[in-house]
Ligand binder design. Structure first.
Ligand code: MSP
Length: 503
């Protein structure tokens, strides 16, 4: 039964340029989207940019630009970066688009009509970087707990969402859907916030014009977060295409960083309930990438740009690193030295080497034509186990474990070659059997690793003589041992992953 898989990344603020922290979330969402396409699911993958609010307005003013001109330029940089990284998003949403304004107005009007929004006065400590109010108790040494910067005293009359009324409904939802927020530690954190008691939240501003106008009170604009969260329903046609909306909602899988847990795991489900809609199906919360290692010890993470690393490691070297090295959940260290080691070990020495050895022997001893695998190969059972482990890990949004599992097959195929030393064998059925098995491993790995390293696996596919692309394959059938037909031309070509010296 094919499922529906709607996957989202946070929409990124255009006050910053794309850095590896953003890329980490987006590459993970992309790999998941690709995996779900392979298993035959209907997939919709949405990313985009968050362009309203004080932070963006100030960033524009600092550059001497109108907010929209600034947003146009930075939003384009996000698009470029995602093109560079082979991100296969189906749509890219900008919150300044008319379709989004319409959807935000329809969505919040519905909550208003349902009686969950009312007027009040708000005064409080505000962090411009977070675009959020804090209480004294939240502050650390008097500063914003996230940014460590001073907060400002802000007072305004505005519209409030009656979040306090949703304490019970939220707790009921959490009880009924124990897997909705993952990992469990983050679910508990969200539950802790709800159990502490929820105050009503101010959702509009009059102090700023750069936002979506409140339909029932045009003096106000919606506070950036309440406009931003609605992007997840705008992208699937909320308020404009009901049929499309119902096709995808609530089959959504939100990927977010731990910094925006409160908005996604408390406020957003409450807003959906208030609008009479189902809360999200899944929210996966990941940790932060921190910068470690020698070479980058003085660099801040937001100064490490994807394009620089792609130049050195290639697109797939980049994608592989962030999917493989950092388990999705806890915080992780990014280090340049670690990336070089990971690249050389897994990509150059393991996968790259396997293809190059196979192609060399086939050229020399099989007349350049790849033989078929044995039905009873010692690698067949391993391939079946590896498929199970890989599929299980992707289903749990554990790319690192999925790739670790897939690479067991790469590793064992290399070991199988080393044990048999086909380069010393004479041409004949025995040699053909060894090479056929290795080619079959390459075929299966090209499918299983495709979500992580799409270009490389397409190249492997082509070099072992197969038509089409691994993206056109469907699992689990494509992982069945014995589908490499044999009799196909195998090409050697340049190394997939030239070794890199740490420098
Ligand atoms: N615009 C809001 C999100 C609105 S979603 C309705 C926002 N944008 S952001 O650009 O500041 O950050 C978005 C996300 O980028 C984070 O939640 C996280 O997923 C990712 N990351 C930013 N820095 C990161 C790291 N250092 N490490 C890992 N992910 C990081 O918040």
């Amino acid at each position: 039964m094919p499922g529906r898989f709607y996957v989202t990344t946070p929409i990124y603020y255009v006050n910053d340029v794309p850095h590896i922290g953003h890329a980490y979330t987006t590459v993970t969402a992309d790999a998941l989207a690709r995996w779900h396409r392979l298993i035959g699911d209907d997939v919709f993958f949405l990313t985009g940019t968050d362009e309203h609010g004080l932070k963006v307005a100030r960033a524009a003013a600092e550059r001497g630009l109108e907010p929209l001109a600034h947003a146009d330029a930075t939003s384009e940089r996000f698009r470029e970066t995602w093109r560079l990284l082979d991100i296969s998003n189906d749509d890219f949403i900008r919150t300044t688009e008319p379709r989004h304004h319409r959807s935000v107005q329809a969505f919040l009007q519905r909550i208003y009509d349902n009686g969950w929004i009312e007027k009040g006065t708000y005064a409080g400590l505000y962090c411009v970087s977070c675009e959020a109010y804090y209480t004294e108790a939240d502050l650390i040494d008097g500063n914003c707990p996230i940014h460590g910067r001073p907060v400002e005293w802000l007072e305004e009359e505005n519209w409030f969402f009656k979040l306090s009324a949703f304490e019970e409904p939220l707790l009921e939802w959490y009880a009924a859907e124990p897997d909705a927020v993952q990992p469990e530690g983050k679910r508990n954190e969200a539950l802790g916030i709800i159990r502490q008691g929820l105050a009503d939240i101010s959702i509009t501003r009059t102090s700023i014009r750069w936002g979506v106008e409140v339909p029932w009170d045009p003096e106000h604009v919606f506070y950036v977060w309440y406009d931003a969260l609605v992007n997840y329903v705008t992208g699937i046609g909320f308020g404009s295409d009901q049929e499309r909306f119902e096709r995808w909602w609530p089959a959504v899988h939100h990927l977010i960083g731990k910094d925006i847990l409160r908005f996604h795991c408390v406020y957003w489900p409450a807003m959906l309930l208030a609008a009479g809609l189902a809360p999200p199906h899944r929210i996966f919360v990941h940790g932060f990438l921190l910068v470690g290692g020698e070479k980058m010890s003085k660099t801040r993470l937001n100064q490490i740009f994807p394009a620089d690393l792609v130049e050195e490691f290639g697109v797939d070297g980049f994608r592989y690193q962030f999917l493989r090295d950092q388990p999705f959940g806890p915080d992780g260290d990014f280090s340049y030295e670690g990336m070089v080691t990971r690249y050389n070990t897994d990509l150059a020495n393991n996968l790259g080497n396997l293809l190059s050895r196979v192609a060399t022997v086939v050229a020399k001893k099989c007349g350049g034509i790849g033989p078929a695998p044995r039905p009873d190969s010692p690698l067949a059972t391993l391939a079946a186990d590896v498929y199970e482990a890989t599929a299980g890990a992707w289903a749990e949004v554990a790319p690192s474990r999925a790739l670790e599992a897939t690479w067991r097959l790469v590793h064992d195929a290399n070991a199988h070659l080393e044990a048999n030393e086909p380069w010393k064998m004479d041409p004949g059925p025995e040699l053909d059997a060894v090479m056929g098995d290795a080619l079959e491993v390459l075929r299966i790995v090209a499918v299983l690793a495709h979500p992580a390293v799409p270009r490389t696996t397409e190249e492997i596919w082509r070099r072992i003589g197969l038509a089409g692309s691994p993206a056109d394959e469907r699992l689990p059938g494509a992982a069945t041992w014995g589908r490499y037909p044999g009799g196909l031309p195998v090409q050697k070509g340049a190394p997939l992953f030239p070794r890199i010296q740490a420098g």
